[in-house]
Design a protein around this ligand. Structure first.
Ligand SMILES: Nc1ncnc2c1ncn2[C@@H]1O[C@H](COP(=O)(O)OP(=O)(O)OP(=O)(O)O)[C@@H](O)[C@H]1O
Length: 698
């Protein structure tokens, strides 16, 4: 029975409680203040919000607190729904409409409707009714909650006005999510999601800000660095230690106001000279040697692995593995343990799970190009092993596959810390397996331990599956896959191509991948690129005007990693010169970077870098750790990663068979030092020009 007075009374008291709740941020309290009671139907209170953002914020961030306040205020368990006040100008809805039949959220919603119609019977579908359901503690559908939760920060990122407001209020842009109530957890466990059988459908168009980006005033600067750094969910901001510029109160080093070019440390050859042919040959030879060496090593390891194949699949190591004796370690490969140890200290990897703790859903921007993948990833994180198993995320380089894999693991652990999660790329899986096989002669438990590590988990996340090689390693992975799948454990793989296009994989493995769901990530559209840049800038404490973000986003279209690289460059240029970061400065900085359409090869980069630093090609791909060689090598690795589409593994292989974590470390180091050290910035800048010039003069 509808009761207007009851609604007003209950809400007045609930609102009083909420405004007195010190744990709610000012922003959330402002949202609470903006709500008006509309009507009460038995145990459901209908509230009116002035706009979509307020509604989303309350539903996704303050849901638990509102439910608690309503219970105290009314003396009974109540639910609430929020409608948008009819007179208020509405922002485009962030949530999907029932027309978005391809959207995972809608699929989830429809499944939810089918499975639990009682949770939605009073109000119809969220958007068509103009009233969005926010189910009570015992009703709220998990998928809907999860997905909308993770969209909310993006409303700010896509919306210039919101970004400006956030900056003006100097509030953290990404507040933490409220913890689930036990009842929510129970509701979650009830929820069943229909499993789509079709592969990736087209994603629906994403409603984004109605404010034209180019019309944005330069004052729409991102939030204060200090605030960005304090954003509780702002995972990237935690990395401020790596880059002093990201920390509040950072003082730029005092360099002269104008850059001095050229800055090369006395190059022996001019920039226009042709690459040294012997170096190119050396590179070819080196690469051939590396390939031959690693193939030989792989063959040896495979032979060893085959010797104990039966035992290893049963989780036992056989003494027959003594045939592993005499194996030659791969050049540059120091053993998986050591490599992983290095990765731990060099990245933000968790020691046990190997997850990059900073790659979360909070720091992932969903747009048309990746929305389906994002939504499915959220669903998997919230109910691992239940739906979409296995999940395969595929797409081109630098488009967020690794990020999503890590976000799934991090989110699943956030929701249920007792889960056992393991992230590994296929190279690590292979190396660990090979090492286990090698060592099994000395310790019969190592293969069993390897199996435990990969088979006794609740979620296994395997990255770059396309690099899995070797008959025995494949077989090992097949058995690992089966063991997990049969036990309803979640498997997520990432690949550069759709499963059916994986080369060198047995059909039985491909058909297992195909039995789940495959989703692709594609290059982001302009709005998404701008939103990504805005987030990266905010989380790194960079003050970057909107027109500069737009410029970068217009120029870098296919790869988010390159997008980040371009942002780093323009910010570094302004920081080092203590100049305001204007569009003109950004244009000038990026000019060289974007002037060439021709393909640049690692040979170009290594040859030019070697010349520039008066070193040889072999120095850069060799083993010397002399300081100047190590720095030149790191710069060359950074540039190879930035200027080519090669993966970390590829770059590692080219640079003398180094581990991918070494390349990752080099890239992070140089990217960070570019903002702090003028000479590093100048090296990269000048080398870019030289490499592009050489390339265009071919
Ligand atoms: N949608 C996004 N939102 C925020 N950051 C993103 C997004 N997509 C990619 N990134 C960032 O871009 C960089 C590259 O992404 P990632 O390593 O996940 O790509 P990938 O698809 O795994 O690439 P590769 O195939 O080359 O390994 C990372 O720093 C990641 O955080």
């Amino acid at each position: 029975m509808a009761d207007m007075n009851d609604a007003a009374t209950i809400w007045a008291e609930a609102k009083r409680l909420l405004l007195a709740n010190a744990s709610l941020s000012e922003r959330y309290r402002t949202c609470v203040s903006g709500l008006k009671p509309f009507v009460c139907f038995d145990d459901m209170l209908v509230l009116e919000a002035p706009d979509e953002l307020t509604r989303l914020t309350i539903e996704t961030r303050v849901n638990k607190e509102v439910l608690q306040a309503l219970q105290i205020a009314s003396g009974r368990r109540m639910t609430f729904v929020i409608r948008i006040a009819s007179e208020a100008p509405q922002k485009p809805a962030e949530t999907t409409t029932p027309d978005d039949t391809n959207d995972a959220i809608t699929i989830a919603y429809q499944a939810q409707q089918r499975n639990h119609p009682s949770t939605t019977q009073n109000i119809g579908t969220p958007q068509t009714a103009g009233v969005s359901q926010t189910a009570g503690a015992d009703q709220r559908p998990r998928q809907t909650r999860g997905a909308s939760q993770h969209r909310q920060p993006q409303a700010d990122l896509f919306d210039l006005q919101a970004a400006e407001d956030a900056a003006a209020r100097r509030n953290p842009v990404y507040p933490t999510y409220p913890a689930d109530t036990a009842a929510n957890q129970a509701a979650t466990n009830q929820t069943n999601m229909a499993q789509p059988v079709a592969p990736m459908p087209q994603t629906p168009a994403m409603p984004v800000s109605t404010v034209p980006v180019s019309a944005a005033p330069a004052s729409a600067a991102p939030a204060n660095p200090a605030n960005a750094a304090t954003g509780a969910s702002s995972a990237f901001a935690q990395g401020a230690g790596a880059n002093p510029a990201a920390g509040a109160g950072y003082e730029y080093p005092s360099y002269s106001a104008t850059p001095s070019y050229p800055n090369a440390p006395l190059p022996v050859t001019g920039p226009n000279e042709a690459p040294l042919p012997q170096h190119a040959d050396a590179f070819a030879a080196q690469r051939a040697a590396v390939t031959a060496d690693s193939q030989a090593t792989a063959r040896q390891a495979e032979a060893q692995a085959q010797a104990i194949a039966g035992a290893s699949n049963a989780g036992e190591a056989s003494n027959g593995a003594a045939s592993a004796n005499g194996a030659t370690p791969a050049d540059g490969a120091q053993g998986a343990k050591q490599q992983l140890g290095m990765a731990d200290s060099q990245t933000n990897r968790d020691e046990e799970t190997h997850l990059n703790k900073k790659a979360t859903f909070d720091t992932f921007v969903a747009g048309d190009s990746n929305r389906f993948a994002h939504a499915v990833a959220v669903a998997v994180a919230e109910a691992p092993g239940k739906n979409f198993n296995p999940l395969c995320i595929y797409g081109g380089p630098g488009l967020g596959k690794t990020h999503l894999l890590n976000a799934i693991g991090n989110e699943a652990l956030r929701e249920n810390p007792s889960l056992r999660v393991r992230y590994a790329n296929s190279e690590e899986f292979t190396n660990e397996f090979i090492e286990a096989v090698r060592n099994s002669a000395n310790d019969p438990n190592v293969v069993a331990n390897f199996n435990r590590r990969y088979r006794e988990v609740d979620i296994l996340l395997i990255d770059d599956i396309q690099f899995l090689r070797g008959e025995e390693t494949m077989r090992q992975f097949f058995h690992t896959f089966n063991a997990l799948h049969q036990a309803n454990k979640q498997i997520v793989i990432a690949s550069d191509v759709a499963p059916k296009n994986l080369k060198g994989f047995e059909q039985r493995l491909i058909s297992r991948f195909d039995s789940g769901l495959s989703v692709d990530v594609r290059p982001p559209d302009l709005e998404t690129r701008i939103a990504i840049l805005r987030m990266k800038a905010q989380n790194s404490g960079m003050e970057v005007p909107n027109d500069v973000l737009t410029l970068i986003a217009e120029q870098v279209t296919d790869n988010v990693r390159e997008l980040e690289g371009a942002l780093t460059r323009v910010h570094a240029m302004a920081s080092l010169n203590r100049q305001p970061l204007t569009r003109a400065l950004a244009e000038q900085t990026l000019q060289d970077f974007f002037s060439s359409d021709v393909e640049i090869t690692p040979t170009d980069i290594i040859t030019t870098t070697a010349q520039y630093f008066q070193l040889t090609f072999d120095d850069l791909v060799g083993t010397s750790r002399t300081k100047n060689i190590a720095m030149a090598r790191q710069i060359a690795m950074y540039m190879t990663r930035e200027m080519t589409n090669l993966s970390l593994v590829d770059v590692g292989e080219i640079f003398g068979g180094r581990d991918h974590s070494t390349v990752m470390h080099a890239c992070k180091k140089i990217s960070s030092e570019m903002s702090e050290k003028r000479e590093v910035y100048n090296y990269v800048k000048e080398l870019t020009v030289m490499i592009k010039r050489k390339d265009s003069s071919k």
